[in-house]
Design a binder for this molecule. Structure first.
Ligand code: SAM
Length: 260
């Protein structure tokens, strides 16, 4: 039909159901003049609708064949296309160039979804919001509350920067080729002034990673390389608790205590 053979290594499952295209675009509610950025426009399912509403769109696509097709279909006044790897893309620079915080939209390639979200979370000040479609399980982990099975490193690292809400589920049949699992659309909004102040982002990330590296380990053991149990008690964290029991604020308190 479209003559493009989907490339599995680029996580290509193209949205094909106009109902879900419309729901995603309605959720984004794009307006002319906004700094809209689509990650992985692919065959243009969302691209066309975003351009129709906003007039202009920036997009990042790694697949050269798809980039060539997009250039044929949309002219330069409609689409600024970066033929690039979104994992290496400098979003802060684009935001500075456009003098506006970015509105990110993407039916994200599933194989790189977590590293891409971490990459985006590194510069929340350059973002206005994100609307992303991911595997339903990944969205559940992003939005999970402490002491629930889905709560983990992804939850803490993203919730430290964003308010996260799951908007709706998209079934496999909405895509071509159909993925094996349900997808979900999530909205991430930077916390801005509400964001917890973290004295050392690297240490925060290390503590979170260590706390969840082996879920069954108590914090006393899991964090032994970083601090003795006295430091945990000093910030009212029970050394016998596990990483999954700590709220984002607990990880922040511990980081700021260890690196005032
Ligand atoms: N947005 C289209 C849609 O909804 O039908 C395509 C979605 S498809 C799941 C993912 C898209 O991201 C593909 O077009 C793929 O080539 C592109 N992609 C994969 N890895 C990428 C990367 N690292 N940087 C930029 N684009 C990437």
């Amino acid at each position: 039909m479209h003559g493009h053979t989907p490339r599995r290594r680029f996580g290509q499952n193209f949205l094909a159901d106009p109902h879900y295209v419309r729901r995603i675009i309605d959720a984004v509610h794009p307006q002319p003049g906004e700094a809209l950025v689509e990650i992985g426009p692919g065959l243009g399912a969302l691209t066309a609708g975003l351009i129709a509403r906003a007039g202009h769109l920036n997009a990042i696509e790694i697949d050269r064949d798809l980039a060539a097709r997009l250039r044929e279909r949309f002219d330069a006044t409609q689409l600024t296309l970066f033929e690039n790897d979104a994992l290496r893309f400098d979003f802060a620079r684009l935001s500075a160039d456009l003098s506006a915080p970015l509105r990110i939209v993407g039916n994200l390639p599933y194989n790189i979804s977590s590293p891409l979200l971490f990459h985006l979370a590194a510069n929340p000040a350059s973002l206005r919001d994100l609307h992303v479609m991911l595997q339903k399980e990944v969205v559940a982990r992003m939005a999970a509350a402490p002491s629930t099975p889905d709560y983990g490193r992804l939850s803490v690292m993203l919730q430290a920067k964003f308010a996260i809400s799951r908007l709706f589920i998209v079934p496999p049949g909405a895509f071509s080729p159909a993925p094996k699992v349900d997808s979900a659309v999530a909205r991430l909004t930077p916390l801005g002034a509400q964001a917890p102040q973290i004295t050392d982002e690297t240490l925060f990330a290390q503590l979170v990673a260590a706390a969840f590296a082996q879920r069954r380990k108590t914090l006393r053991n899991a964090l032994a390389a970083h601090c003795p149990p006295e430091d945990l008690r000093a910030v009212e964290i029970d050394p016998q608790a596990r990483g999954e029991n700590l709220a984002v604020a607990d990880f922040v308190r511990l980081t700021n205590h260890l690196h005032p």
